[in-house]
Design a protein around this ligand. Structure first.
Ligand code: NAD
Length: 241
């Protein structure tokens, strides 16, 4: 199948689908200027996420943990959703897309106007005390303050390696994917468990949009190799209604 006929195939699936779900990863946001974790130009060529985005780092090397998340928060303050995020939000309004599950903590789907979004790895915009769980402010976190109540370490409400996923978000993503006619997986290496299990849970058509897609070639019904924003724009150009 050539790229054009693949685009047309996916457009046909979208137009006959009663329920379409999108699952996104860091590659959805790289065109907004947010580095991903594992591609050749990703952050983790310099820093290993398994070392920093962990409960162990938080508890045993808080300065490193704090420096890493402060850097990410400040970078995200300068970034915003791109056209691909806005098109997905528009598809929801038009009834073409019914649900988004995301591994991203940047909140860009909601910022772009999508309403049905499960944030499987939490959000980097809210904060709590790691010890007592009380809410904390971004300013207090960035100023490296301790919890006002118990002196515990402050942290963003992201899911660290080794932590459970938020139960409601997981259940919602799972049931939506199980009942989907089409699942479009965008910009994820599918290396992080348990989210990488989700595409296997559907009986619907599985589409993969990624700039490095070769390693998953046999698993998906259709692979659109390319940049997320560009591929979504191409699909959108051909969608009617
Ligand atoms: P990952 O870095 O493991 O994989 C990203 C994938 O996207 C790679 O396969 C890469 O080739 C592809 N990609 C990069 N740019 C692309 C583009 N423009 N178009 C299409 N594909 C592109 O990321 P992941 O699979 O999401 O890993 C999960 C972890 O990453 C999660 O813990 C998540 O919370 C975290 N993360 C989130 C953000 C964010 O919120 N924006 C950023 C970095 C990492």
């Amino acid at each position: 199948m050539g790229d054009l006929s693949k685009i047309e195939t996916v457009v046909n699936w979208l137009q006959s689908s009663k329920k379409t779900v999108v699952l996104t990863g860091a590659g959805m946001s790289t065109e907004s200027g947010v580095p991903d974790f594992r591609s050749a130009s990703g952050w983790w060529t310099k820093t290993d996420p398994q070392q920093v985005a962990t409960v162990d780092a938080l508890e045993s090397n808080y300065p490193l943990f704090h420096e890493f998340y402060s850097m990410r928060i400040q970078l995200l303050d300068k970034c915003s959703p791109h056209k691909g995020h806005y098109i997905l939000a528009d598809w929801e309004k038009r009834g073409i897309l019914h649900h988004i599950a995301t591994q991203n903590v940047d909140g860009f789907h909601s910022k772009a106007g999508s309403r049905k979004v499960d944030e499987l790895h939490g959000s980097i915009y809210t904060f709590r005390c790691h010890s007592c769980g009380r809410d904390a402010s971004k300013e207090a976190f960035l100023a490296k303050e301790r919890c006002a109540h118990c002196q515990g370490c402050l942290r963003p409400n992201v899911v660290l390696f080794g932590e459970m996923l938020p139960e409601n978000a997981w259940r919602s993503a799972l049931s939506n994917i199980q009942s989907a006619d089409v699942v479009i997986v965008i910009g994820t290496s599918l290396e992080v468990y348990p989210v990488n299990q989700l595409p296997m849970m559907t009986k619907g058509k599985k589409v993969y949009i990624n700039k490095e897609a070769a390693s998953h070639a046999s698993y998906f019904d259709c692979i659109l190799e390319g940049k997320a924003k560009e591929v979504i724009m191409e699909l959108d150009d051909r969608l009617i209604g």
